[in-house]
Design a protein around this ligand. Sequence first.
Ligand code: GLC
Length: 547
Amino acid sequence: MIHDLWYKNAVVYSLDVETFLDASGDGCGDFEGLSRRLDYLEALGVDAVWLAPFQPSPRRDDGYDIADYYGVDPRFGSGGDFVEFMREAESRGIRVLIDLVVNHTSDRHRWFREGRDTGSPLHDWYVWSKTRPTNFRRGVVFPGEQTETWAYDRAAREYYFHRFYDFQPDLNMDNPRVREEVRRIMGFWLELGVSGFRVDAVPFILEEAPRSRRKPTTHFEYLEEFREFLQWRVGDAILLGEANVPPDQTLPYFADGDGLHLMFNFWVNQHLFLSLATGDARPLAAALQATRKLPPTGQWAHFLRNHDELDLGRLAAHDRRTVFEAFGPEPSMQLYGRGIRRRPAPMLGDQARLRLAYSLVLSLPGTPVLRYGDEIGMGDDLRLKDRAAIRTPMQWSNERNAGFSRAETLARPVISRGAFGYDTVNVEEQQRDAGSLLRWTTRMIRLRKQCPEVGWGEWRIVPSGSRAVLAIEYVWRGNTIVSVHNLAQEPREAKLRLGGGALTNLMDVEEIRAGHDGIHRVTLDAYGYRWLRLGDVNQALARQVVD
Ligand code: GLC
């Protein structure tokens, strides 16, 4: 078995401690609750969890506004609870990744409060301008919620740069002391046992503040600096970067193997939704091709939905409209026209299509990242503001508060009504139902891990004879896997020219032999999918054991 580059064949599960399980009974999830649910995560089969920020924070951006990098927000428990959790995770072989949010701090962070004094050494930890820059509206990340990127600070009597909300002043990464502090933050959490970081807003961390009209420089060397530090401290720790950039700009983030290990593939994500909306696999296939090139140690992280809106900003205008019409037609489902604030289950509507979408994500060449609640098909609450719609508590059972908490009032409301209410959608019932989405997801995760070819292999898109069908072949160490997905609402037949041997269905008792013309014909139901092994299965297993 391969232990190095573990992230190449891992399944990652993302969650927010706040909404997972409340053990203390105060209405807010906590580390003790999360620890109690590690058995659940182990049974699900995930290799790593990625935790949303849990450090002390005013939580005006759900924790992405950190006020102290070296602690645990008391509402989630103590540092002791964190260490207990780490120990419990380790004993189950579950790795822990945490968010590294260092593009900005909260405006309540001591560094910013003291840095407002222009005489303080901390002043230069942020990005200031004595006059209002002419481009003070440029580079807004949250249009509709944010109008400018430079705000006036009365105490400093200067303007400070904030790429995101005005309560999130950007750190000045060009200041070597700030970068030293970032290394210290990484070192601190690595010492407590984390296996790496999901790095928030990478392009903005690296980009100098846009003070003038000229294009700001992106300092990829800072990333290499962080990577070097990380790897010297803990050899197999990783950086998983959030960088929603077009394909022609991605490679520098991997820095030939000296930058990010993993990067979320937003390009594929948006084109995957376009393909789901149109029933045409070609946009997804083209997106995979466009992002094919990676250094050998680099890897894409694929996801269906995350904790943010489904950002459609990289699609051409008419394609974006198509996806909005299919999956977010109502204004309440949209987030200021930038994206869709829904969970997959209500968005895709149909169980077959939902399973197709997850089978796709698990089979795309790369590392799948799942999000809590999607394994049971949780819904969204569009009455809640902005992204809060998709950040509701985990639905464990049909008991009061979905079994999430015994408190009278909750920090965040559970979904209690409608088709996605917790009496209908919950873990406890799905565990007992062999046909449930939870049981299906568990099987699929196991299958994905039995097919290291998907994470490690060389892959190619195989012509299928149908524009609705995406077929991918993965070859690794002499073994070949083929995945076939029908995005259409009607049955399809895929005609694959793969070379010798029979195809064995890895999910069912089925063998498909090539016809006299050398073509394997795979019949697929509406939204049907197959994971297949080409050639002799026993030989393939023997090869795996030998390796
Ligand atoms: C990232 C996070 C998002 C947050 C933003 C500002 O995009 O995913 O949730 O609001 O950074 O930190």
